[in-house]
Write a protein that binds this ligand. Structure first.
Ligand SMILES: Nc1ncnc2c1ncn2[C@@H]1O[C@H](COP(=O)(O)OP(=O)(O)O)[C@@H](O)[C@H]1O
Ligand SMILES: O=C(CO)[C@@H](O)[C@H](O)COP(=O)(O)O
Length: 475
């Protein structure tokens, strides 16, 4: 049996799946947690990756591996391959002012035209501009800029600081892929080229950037640990996590995907690059050679985590409580901007619970308001994706919180597009495994994806109507 591995180095954890190349069946898995916070030492991802791989039985008998990862994180390296400072993650909002500065200098329309993106604090270019202004000594030392999956792929291929890696700090060996390059703010999905002037405008000087690999293109071979057999592992190009999920799901025309993890995202695979001057839709590239217009929110699964703590229940009970309340939660509305928000661009916002009366303030209504508020923000995202000319006929919902039956049922009340729940699985890691297979064989595999639920459409306009009113009052 030939085995291929996929890795998802996501915000909260690192997940590994090992699949049978012929059938796509998952034969082994592993997982390890990441530290909390929006600023993380990349070494923690490397440690988690090695733990998760060990839990999955290692790479000794694996022919190829590829790494999907959280997008946009700023990994800055000096000329010796040392990480200069902790990585700022996609959900770190300190670079909101830098985003505004870049828009003022270049104009939103020009940036959307050149990169597919209008800067918000999530994107790498804004983090580099923040570094230039807030930590000029660190900025001056930057010899190369990478993203989380780029850096991990480099480490897995045996590169890194001298003394900590077999091949040493060869910065020119850094690689990335189209999907992750498209989240930097200095790469053009339309031309497939870096925009060096924008990099220099952000960081203050030029730097080595990872070579952008195409779908199915190998990054090289792996050299994890001392094992000689591991040297034979082929490394796929890797991907941003949302593009990895699209690949793992086999999402195609007529599909939109909603992912409810730390971030909430709505995206679709399409043959035309998106350009949204309002900045709501990011015009990313995907991992199959197409494009991936995407809307992201900062507040998704952790909104529900917060309400489990407030109500003193687990996720199952939170869901039961929510389903015991009526649609609209008796008028209680959560606008869930706990971490600030990215879409809409309100980096300093906080969450608001509106519409409470003595009668509506029940545990059931609070649980439902949490789920409704989180989903309404994503429904606004779906509207923005549709405004780019896409017409999805079904909505595939994945990510940690998609496993909650109340999230599934309430999604069918919030979204006007029919909802489909694929079987619970780590789709980013599964997509990365598909990349590994593609790099190994030269062909994209066609592995099946099972559906476990298709909740009957039960659209309840009241939910979004009252959310719209509450959200417009706080923005
Ligand atoms: N049954 C559930 N109901 C609601 N949320 C859940 C459930 N199971 C897991 N989660 C939440 O999903 C999140 C993890 O999802 P995941 O997609 O792995 O996130 P990420 O990729 O951002 O690390 C956690 O916040 C976790 O508490
Ligand atoms: O910023 C984005 C997409 O633009 C996020 O989707 C990150 O890529 C993190 O994803 P998760 O770890 O929440 O899956």
């Amino acid at each position: 049996m030939t085995l291929v591995a996929g890795i998802d180095s996501s915000t909260q954890s690192c997940k590994v799946v090992i699949r049978d190349l012929d059938t796509g069946d998952v034969v082994r898995t592993g997982r390890a947690s990441h530290p909390d916070g929006t600023e993380v030492a990349p070494a923690a991802w490397w440690d988690a990756l090695r733990s998760a791989l060990a839990e999955a039985g290692g790479l000794e008998d694996v022919a190829a591996v590829s790494i999907g990862g959280q997008q946009h994180g700023m990994v800055v390296l000096d000329a010796d391959g040392q990480v200069i400072r902790d990585a700022l993650l996609w959900n770190d909002t300190r670079s909101a002012g830098a985003a505004a500065d870049l828009i003022e200098e270049f104009g939103a329309a020009t940036l959307a035209e050149r990169t597919g993106l209008v800067p918000v604090a999530s994107f790498t270019s804004t983090k580099l501009r923040w570094l230039r202004d807030a930590e000029p000594d660190n900025a001056a030392r930057v010899a190369a800029v990478a993203l989380p999956h780029d850096w991990l792929t480099w480490r897995l291929r045996g590169y890194g600081p001298a003394g900590e890696s077999p091949h040493g700090p060869v910065l020119e060996e850094l690689t990335t892929d189209r999907s992750d390059a498209s989240g930097t703010g200095y790469w053009s999905p339309a031309s497939g080229e870096y925009d060096r002037d924008l990099l220099i405008a952000a960081l203050g000087h030029d730097a080595i950037l990872p070579k952008v690999l195409g779908p199915g293109e190998a990054a090289g071979t792996g050299a994890l640990g001392a094992s000689s057999t591991a040297d034979a592992v082929v490394l796929g190009p890797g991907a941003g996590d949302n593009a990895g999920a699209a690949l793992g799901l086999g999402a195609g025309e007529g599909d939109a995907v909603v992912s409810i993890g730390t971030s909430g995202t709505v995206f679709a695979v399409t043959s035309t690059p998106a350009r949204d001057e309002s900045g709501a839709v990011a015009g990313f590239a995907d991992a199959s050679g197409e494009f991936l217009p995407l809307v992201a929110t900062l507040n998704a699964a952790r909104v529900l985590d917060a309400f489990t703590r407030v109500l003193g229940v687990d996720h199952d009970e939170l869901g039961r409580l929510a389903l015991d309340a009526e649609p609209g939660a008796g008028g209680a509305v959560l606008v869930p901007y706990f971490e600030g928000e990215r879409t809409p661009n309100l980096p300093d916002a906080t969450a608001t619970l509106a519409g409470l009366t003595l009668a509506s303030t029940t545990r059931e209504n609070l649980a439902r308001a949490a789920i409704e508020g989180m989903l309404c923000a994503l429904a606004d995202g779906l509207d923005a994706v549709r405004a780019q000319g896409l017409d999805p006929q079904r909505l595939l919902i994945v990510g940690g919180a998609a496993q909650n039956p109340a999230v599934q049922a309430i999604a069918a009340q919030v979204f006007e597009v029919p909802v489909v729940i694929p079987e619970p699985a780590e789709y980013v890691a599964l997509g990365a495994a598909a990349q590994a297979a593609w790099a190994l064989t030269g062909e994209r595999p066609d592995w099946p994806v099972e559906t476990v639920a298709t909740p009957a459409q039960d659209h309840r306009p009241v939910i979004r109507e009252q959310y719209r009113a509450a959200a417009s009052a706080v923005s």
